[in-house]
Design a protein around this ligand. Structure first.
Ligand code: HAM
Length: 418
């Protein structure tokens, strides 16, 4: 039979790796609690229209990267490629805004984009992120960014750069789009095919180019700050002042445009020097018009999402063992089997992580297994011990051995240092 492998761009998280994911998830949940964000979980698939309208028809995500299909009932559905649109949908559908003027939500989830796979870029990947609804003021922008930086520092990520921009109000965006078009018109013939296609539909995306001669042309081009309204400028300056007050360092990135169309005003990305070409750990910003675009009452919002595979790549392999077992019961002979299982059950009920052999192996093989499992203590029971109502407790780090009555074992193990 031929073997069926994973789909390109997807990966298994194997037992040797899952503890790293769990540790990251635990830190995320702790920090979210600290900042007052509550978890929201949304379905794996939604109507395609939600993403088309929310993210924008002309974005790379919607125009070429979505896993979409028509189901048996004729509905156009899509595996979620991002979470802001679904969270906004849920916010509107359940009238969360009517229940509280501020809603601070977080998620940890798997997403799907049909991108060209490479290191740090997958077709199924994981994000954690936050979305805060209800305030248009810079305080929440600063809190959202502070949370991201605190979380990354807590897990030990270094070499990070926070790139900060404001894409302005819709009016500013419109003006900036025209300014970019005007500036590029005399250079149109020098542009790549991709950029020429973007010229009409989505000229701001041309700023994302990686082609050296296009970057050179754009060096003399207009900055978004030239198109800011007075309110945009004040808002951005206040965000910067609050970040300064919190001691958070940032780089101004007046050419930073994000690949999703819903952004207004504050936009940011955090990059890591520990990553290669795909160096964005996290991206986010304000989307004050999105709730309305998706059919809700006008409500300001801001958030970010961070790629969890990229975070783990940037952290590098850690050496710590994934073992949580504390005790291994080494049983010898047919007669001791019920006692081994009874004892294991008793220890586990009393919060001791316990392992025993289910392959009926020799004592030597079981001791080897105990050492491999990284446990601190082995409990040895053979026919003799059973007859005397005692077991040997062996400290595997020192080799010390002690006889303990079977009915006192659980209490004894619980009194030992681990
Ligand atoms: P995004 O920039 O598309 O934003 O994705 C955020 C992060 O997800 C990226 O910085 C990256 O770390 C990770 N990521 C994206 N695509 C992939 C991929 N193919 N493989 C691995 N990691 C990837 C959003 O998704 C917005 N919804 C963020 C947001 C939330 N804005 C406001 N609220």
């Amino acid at each position: 039979m031929t073997f069926i492998r994973t789909i390109k761009g997807t990966q298994d998280i194997l037992p040797g790796q899952s503890h790293r994911w769990q540790a990251l998830e635990t830190t995320i949940r702790n920090i979210m609690d600290r900042y007052g964000y509550k978890e929201i979980r949304t379905p794996v698939f939604e109507r395609t229209e939600l993403f088309a309208r929310g993210i924008g028809e002309e974005t790379d995500i919607v125009s070429k990267e979505m896993y979409s299909w028509t189901d048996q009932g004729g509905e156009n559905l899509t595996l979620k490629p991002e979470l802001t649109a679904p969270v906004v949908r849920s916010f509107i559908q359940h009238n969360l805004g009517g229940q509280s003027p501020i809603n601070k939500l977080y998620y940890i989830d798997a997403l799907f984009r049909r991108e060209r796979p490479q290191k740090g870029r997958y077709r199924q990947f994981h994000q954690f992120g936050i979305e805060a609804f209800g305030s248009e003021h810079p305080e929440i922008d600063a809190e959202v960014i502070a949370l991201a930086m605190a979380l990354f520092s807590n897990i030990g990520l270094t070499g990070l750069t926070l790139k900060l921009n404001s894409i302005g109000s819709p009016e500013c965006r419109r003006n900036y789009r025209n300014a970019i078009r005007d500036f590029l018109t005399p250079h149109f013939d020098e542009l790549s095919e991709t950029s020429r296609n973007r010229f009409e539909k989505n000229p701001l995306r041309i700023l994302d180019t990686k082609i050296p001669h296009e970057i050179e042309i754009l060096n003399d081009g207009p900055n978004v700050s030239d198109s800011w309204t007075e309110e945009d400028k004040t808002h951005f300056n206040e965000v910067c002042a609050l970040l300064d007050a919190m001691g958070i360092q940032y780089e101004l990135a007046l050419r930073l445009v994000r690949g999703l169309d819903y952004y207004t005003r504050t936009t940011f990305e955090i990059t890591s020097t520990a990553l290669g070409a795909q160096d964005a750990i996290c991206g986010g910003g304000r989307y004050d018009g999105l709730v309305e675009t998706l059919g809700g009452k006008p409500t300001p919002g801001i958030g970010f999402a961070a790629g969890m595979e990229r975070i783990l790549l940037a952290l590098g392999e850690e050496s710590s063992s994934s073992s949580t077992n504390q005790v291994y019961i080494v049983g010898l002979g047919d007669a001791v089997r019920p006692t081994v299982l009874e004892l294991a059950e008793n220890l586990r009920r009393n919060n001791v992580a316990t392992e025993f052999d289910t392959l009926r192996r020799s004592m030597k093989a079981q001791m080897r297994e105990a050492n491999k499992a990284g446990v601190k203590y082995a409990i040895l029971i053979g026919d003799q011990e059973l007859a005397s109502g005692q077991a040997e407790v062996k400290d595997l780090s020192t080799g010390d051995q002690q006889k303990i009555a079977l009915d006192a074992l659980v209490a004894h193990i619980n009194s030992l240092p681990f």
